[in-house]
Design a protein around this ligand. Structure first.
Ligand code: ATP
Length: 262
Protein backbone atom coordinates (compact mmCIF):
# COMPACT_ATOMS: atom_id res chain seq x y z
CA UNK A 1 0.00 0.00 0.00
CA UNK A 2 1.33 3.45 -0.91
CA UNK A 3 1.96 5.94 1.89
CA UNK A 4 1.84 9.62 1.02
CA UNK A 5 2.64 12.59 3.21
CA UNK A 6 0.88 15.49 1.56
CA UNK A 7 1.94 19.04 2.50
CA UNK A 8 2.13 18.24 6.22
CA UNK A 9 2.42 21.32 8.39
CA UNK A 10 2.85 21.03 12.17
CA UNK A 11 2.90 23.81 14.74
CA UNK A 12 3.94 23.12 18.34
CA UNK A 13 4.56 25.56 21.19
CA UNK A 14 3.88 28.48 18.85
CA UNK A 15 6.56 27.31 16.38
CA UNK A 16 6.19 25.87 12.92
CA UNK A 17 7.98 22.52 13.18
CA UNK A 18 7.10 21.09 9.75
CA UNK A 19 6.43 23.15 6.64
CA UNK A 20 4.40 21.59 3.87
CA UNK A 21 6.29 18.30 3.90
CA UNK A 22 5.35 16.08 0.98
CA UNK A 23 6.90 12.65 0.59
CA UNK A 24 5.80 9.53 -1.26
CA UNK A 25 6.62 6.03 -0.06
CA UNK A 26 5.56 3.70 -2.87
CA UNK A 27 4.18 0.29 -1.95
CA UNK A 28 6.90 -2.14 -0.88
CA UNK A 29 9.66 0.46 -0.92
CA UNK A 30 11.95 1.58 1.88
CA UNK A 31 12.24 5.36 2.17
CA UNK A 32 14.61 6.93 4.67
CA UNK A 33 14.14 10.28 6.35
CA UNK A 34 17.41 11.89 7.36
CA UNK A 35 18.35 15.31 8.68
CA UNK A 36 20.03 17.10 11.56
CA UNK A 37 18.76 16.99 15.14
CA UNK A 38 15.53 18.93 15.52
CA UNK A 39 14.80 19.05 11.79
CA UNK A 40 11.35 17.48 12.24
CA UNK A 41 11.89 13.80 11.38
CA UNK A 42 10.14 12.37 14.45
CA UNK A 43 7.40 14.95 14.10
CA UNK A 44 6.70 13.75 10.56
CA UNK A 45 6.55 10.12 11.72
CA UNK A 46 4.26 11.04 14.63
CA UNK A 47 1.75 12.36 12.10
CA UNK A 48 1.86 8.97 10.34
CA UNK A 49 1.23 6.91 13.46
CA UNK A 50 -1.31 9.46 14.65
CA UNK A 51 0.39 10.63 17.82
CA UNK A 52 0.09 14.11 16.34
CA UNK A 53 -2.54 15.85 14.27
CA UNK A 54 -1.04 18.14 11.63
CA UNK A 55 -2.23 21.73 11.41
CA UNK A 56 -2.31 21.37 7.64
CA UNK A 57 -2.00 18.67 5.01
CA UNK A 58 -2.78 15.00 5.33
CA UNK A 59 -1.38 11.48 5.40
CA UNK A 60 -2.77 9.12 2.77
CA UNK A 61 -2.79 5.32 2.79
CA UNK A 62 -3.50 4.41 -0.80
CA UNK A 63 -6.50 6.56 -1.59
CA UNK A 64 -7.77 6.72 2.01
CA UNK A 65 -6.95 9.67 4.21
CA UNK A 66 -5.51 8.24 7.43
CA UNK A 67 -7.50 10.57 9.71
CA UNK A 68 -10.74 9.18 8.23
CA UNK A 69 -9.96 5.71 9.64
CA UNK A 70 -10.89 4.57 13.14
CA UNK A 71 -7.73 4.17 15.24
CA UNK A 72 -8.17 0.40 15.30
CA UNK A 73 -8.45 0.22 11.52
CA UNK A 74 -5.45 2.49 11.09
CA UNK A 75 -3.48 0.22 13.45
CA UNK A 76 -4.21 -2.77 11.21
CA UNK A 77 -2.46 -0.98 8.40
CA UNK A 78 0.28 1.05 10.08
CA UNK A 79 2.70 -0.19 12.75
CA UNK A 80 5.21 2.08 14.43
CA UNK A 81 8.47 1.63 16.25
CA UNK A 82 8.60 4.99 17.95
CA UNK A 83 11.02 6.55 20.37
CA UNK A 84 8.25 6.89 22.96
CA UNK A 85 6.86 3.37 22.95
CA UNK A 86 5.32 2.24 26.20
CA UNK A 87 8.38 0.15 26.96
CA UNK A 88 8.21 1.45 30.55
CA UNK A 89 5.42 -1.07 31.09
CA UNK A 90 6.33 -4.17 33.04
CA UNK A 91 5.33 -6.81 30.49
CA UNK A 92 7.18 -9.96 29.55
CA UNK A 93 8.67 -9.99 26.07
CA UNK A 94 6.00 -12.45 24.88
CA UNK A 95 3.24 -10.19 26.25
CA UNK A 96 4.77 -7.10 24.66
CA UNK A 97 4.97 -8.79 21.24
CA UNK A 98 1.41 -10.11 21.63
CA UNK A 99 0.22 -6.50 22.00
CA UNK A 100 0.93 -6.23 18.29
CA UNK A 101 -2.09 -8.46 17.69
CA UNK A 102 -4.49 -6.13 19.57
CA UNK A 103 -5.90 -4.35 16.49
CA UNK A 104 -6.82 -7.75 15.04
CA UNK A 105 -8.63 -9.07 18.14
CA UNK A 106 -12.09 -8.23 19.47
CA UNK A 107 -12.37 -7.00 23.06
CA UNK A 108 -10.69 -9.46 25.41
CA UNK A 109 -10.54 -12.20 22.81
CA UNK A 110 -7.49 -14.41 23.59
CA UNK A 111 -4.76 -15.04 21.04
CA UNK A 112 -5.62 -17.78 18.56
CA UNK A 113 -3.21 -20.27 17.05
CA UNK A 114 -2.42 -18.00 14.10
CA UNK A 115 -1.81 -15.04 16.43
CA UNK A 116 0.63 -17.14 18.45
CA UNK A 117 2.40 -18.29 15.28
CA UNK A 118 2.76 -14.71 14.06
CA UNK A 119 4.19 -13.63 17.42
CA UNK A 120 6.61 -16.57 17.49
CA UNK A 121 7.69 -15.81 13.92
CA UNK A 122 8.22 -12.11 14.71
CA UNK A 123 10.27 -12.97 17.80
CA UNK A 124 12.39 -15.43 15.82
CA UNK A 125 13.00 -12.87 13.05
CA UNK A 126 14.16 -10.31 15.61
CA UNK A 127 16.25 -12.85 17.53
CA UNK A 128 14.34 -12.37 20.80
CA UNK A 129 12.59 -15.76 21.11
CA UNK A 130 15.03 -16.77 23.86
CA UNK A 131 13.90 -13.72 25.86
CA UNK A 132 10.17 -14.54 25.71
CA UNK A 133 9.75 -14.99 29.47
CA UNK A 134 11.90 -12.03 30.51
CA UNK A 135 10.44 -8.73 31.74
CA UNK A 136 11.01 -6.00 29.16
CA UNK A 137 12.31 -3.71 31.91
CA UNK A 138 15.20 -6.11 32.50
CA UNK A 139 16.40 -6.03 28.88
CA UNK A 140 19.33 -4.13 27.44
CA UNK A 141 18.54 -1.17 25.17
CA UNK A 142 19.24 -3.19 22.03
CA UNK A 143 17.23 -6.21 23.17
CA UNK A 144 14.27 -3.95 24.01
CA UNK A 145 14.51 -2.25 20.62
CA UNK A 146 14.36 -5.64 18.88
CA UNK A 147 11.30 -6.59 20.93
CA UNK A 148 9.55 -3.41 19.79
CA UNK A 149 10.30 -4.24 16.16
CA UNK A 150 8.98 -7.77 16.77
CA UNK A 151 5.76 -6.27 18.17
CA UNK A 152 5.40 -4.12 15.04
CA UNK A 153 5.95 -7.14 12.76
CA UNK A 154 3.41 -9.18 14.73
CA UNK A 155 0.91 -6.42 13.98
CA UNK A 156 0.97 -7.57 10.31
CA UNK A 157 0.84 -4.05 8.93
CA UNK A 158 1.17 -2.97 5.32
CA UNK A 159 3.09 0.13 6.35
CA UNK A 160 5.87 0.23 8.91
CA UNK A 161 7.31 3.47 10.29
CA UNK A 162 10.40 3.36 12.47
CA UNK A 163 12.14 6.15 14.34
CA UNK A 164 15.87 5.47 14.60
CA UNK A 165 15.35 1.71 14.96
CA UNK A 166 19.07 0.96 14.88
CA UNK A 167 19.66 2.99 18.07
CA UNK A 168 21.25 0.74 20.68
CA UNK A 169 21.78 -2.11 18.22
CA UNK A 170 25.18 -3.68 17.68
CA UNK A 171 26.39 -3.77 14.08
CA UNK A 172 25.19 -7.37 13.57
CA UNK A 173 21.65 -6.49 14.61
CA UNK A 174 21.72 -3.13 12.77
CA UNK A 175 22.47 -4.87 9.49
CA UNK A 176 20.08 -7.70 10.33
CA UNK A 177 17.22 -5.27 10.96
CA UNK A 178 17.80 -3.17 7.86
CA UNK A 179 18.15 -6.31 5.71
CA UNK A 180 14.89 -7.57 7.17
CA UNK A 181 13.13 -4.27 6.41
CA UNK A 182 14.11 -4.68 2.79
CA UNK A 183 12.94 -8.30 2.67
CA UNK A 184 9.54 -7.83 4.32
CA UNK A 185 7.98 -6.29 1.22
CA UNK A 186 6.26 -3.78 3.51
CA UNK A 187 6.04 -0.08 2.73
CA UNK A 188 8.65 1.36 5.08
CA UNK A 189 9.37 4.92 6.22
CA UNK A 190 12.38 4.95 8.51
CA UNK A 191 14.27 7.73 10.28
CA UNK A 192 17.99 7.01 10.36
CA UNK A 193 20.91 9.05 11.60
CA UNK A 194 23.62 6.92 10.05
CA UNK A 195 23.79 8.11 6.45
CA UNK A 196 25.84 5.12 5.35
CA UNK A 197 23.28 2.67 6.69
CA UNK A 198 20.54 4.82 5.15
CA UNK A 199 22.29 4.68 1.76
CA UNK A 200 22.63 0.89 2.00
CA UNK A 201 19.09 0.20 3.20
CA UNK A 202 16.84 2.72 1.46
CA UNK A 203 15.51 2.96 -2.07
CA UNK A 204 15.04 6.70 -1.63
CA UNK A 205 16.08 9.28 0.91
CA UNK A 206 14.26 12.45 1.94
CA UNK A 207 16.42 15.08 3.59
CA UNK A 208 14.79 17.38 6.13
CA UNK A 209 16.26 20.60 7.44
CA UNK A 210 14.48 23.19 9.55
CA UNK A 211 11.15 21.39 9.07
CA UNK A 212 11.27 21.49 5.27
CA UNK A 213 12.24 18.90 2.70
CA UNK A 214 15.56 19.88 1.11
CA UNK A 215 15.67 17.12 -1.45
CA UNK A 216 14.46 13.61 -2.16
CA UNK A 217 15.89 10.97 -4.46
CA UNK A 218 17.98 7.83 -4.63
CA UNK A 219 20.91 7.69 -2.19
CA UNK A 220 23.24 8.32 -5.12
CA UNK A 221 21.33 11.46 -6.11
CA UNK A 222 20.99 12.78 -2.58
CA UNK A 223 24.23 12.00 -0.77
CA UNK A 224 26.68 14.44 -2.25
CA UNK A 225 29.60 16.21 -0.61
CA UNK A 226 27.80 19.54 -1.08
CA UNK A 227 24.54 18.36 0.48
CA UNK A 228 26.26 16.83 3.49
CA UNK A 229 28.23 20.04 4.04
CA UNK A 230 25.23 22.32 3.60
CA UNK A 231 22.70 20.33 5.61
CA UNK A 232 24.85 18.67 8.26
CA UNK A 233 27.80 21.08 8.31
CA UNK A 234 30.40 18.34 7.96
CA UNK A 235 33.14 17.53 5.47
CA UNK A 236 32.81 14.17 3.78
CA UNK A 237 34.06 12.38 0.70
CA UNK A 238 31.61 10.18 -1.15
CA UNK A 239 32.92 6.82 -2.36
CA UNK A 240 31.22 3.92 -4.05
CA UNK A 241 30.93 0.70 -2.10
CA UNK A 242 33.25 -1.68 -4.02
CA UNK A 243 30.72 -4.53 -4.02
CA UNK A 244 27.30 -2.90 -4.03
CA UNK A 245 28.01 0.44 -5.73
CA UNK A 246 26.04 2.19 -2.98
CA UNK A 247 27.42 5.64 -2.05
CA UNK A 248 29.20 5.71 1.29
CA UNK A 249 30.54 8.72 3.15
CA UNK A 250 34.02 9.03 4.58
CA UNK A 251 34.00 11.77 7.19
CA UNK A 252 36.80 14.07 8.15
CA UNK A 253 37.15 15.42 11.69
CA UNK A 254 37.26 19.24 11.66
CA UNK A 255 40.64 19.18 13.49
CA UNK A 256 42.12 17.01 10.73
CA UNK A 257 41.14 19.53 8.06
CA UNK A 258 42.49 22.42 10.13
CA UNK A 259 45.80 20.60 10.67
CA UNK A 260 46.09 19.90 6.92
CA UNK A 261 45.62 23.55 5.99
CA UNK A 262 48.03 24.83 8.64
N1 ATP B 1 5.75 19.49 22.00
C1 ATP B 1 6.65 20.32 21.48
N2 ATP B 1 6.63 21.65 21.76
C2 ATP B 1 7.54 22.49 21.22
N3 ATP B 1 8.51 22.10 20.36
C3 ATP B 1 8.58 20.80 20.06
C4 ATP B 1 7.67 19.84 20.59
N4 ATP B 1 7.98 18.63 20.11
C5 ATP B 1 9.08 18.82 19.32
N5 ATP B 1 9.42 20.12 19.29
C6 ATP B 1 10.53 20.71 18.54
O1 ATP B 1 10.33 20.42 17.18
C7 ATP B 1 11.59 20.29 16.51
C8 ATP B 1 11.60 19.02 15.72
O2 ATP B 1 11.62 17.93 16.64
P1 ATP B 1 11.75 16.42 16.13
O3 ATP B 1 11.76 15.55 17.33
O4 ATP B 1 10.73 16.18 15.08
O5 ATP B 1 13.19 16.47 15.44
P2 ATP B 1 14.08 15.28 14.88
O6 ATP B 1 14.49 15.67 13.51
O7 ATP B 1 13.39 13.98 15.04
O8 ATP B 1 15.33 15.39 15.86
P3 ATP B 1 16.39 14.32 16.45
O9 ATP B 1 17.32 13.99 15.32
O10 ATP B 1 17.09 15.13 17.49
O11 ATP B 1 15.64 13.14 16.98
C9 ATP B 1 12.66 20.38 17.61
O12 ATP B 1 13.20 21.68 17.60
C10 ATP B 1 11.88 20.11 18.88
O13 ATP B 1 12.48 20.78 19.98
Amino acid sequence: MDLRLDRLTVELGGRRILRELSLDVPSGRVVGLVGPNGSGKSTALRCVYRALRPAGGAVWLGDTELSALRLRDAARSVAAVAQENGSGLDFTVAEMVALGRTPHLRGNQPLGERDRELCADAMARMDVAHLAGRGVLTLSGGERQRVLVARALAQEPSVLVLDEPTNHLDVHHQLGLLGLLRRTGLTVLVVLHDLNLAAAACDRLGVLSGGALVTVGSPREVLTTDLVREVFGVAASVVEHPETGVPQLLYTLPETLEAKTR
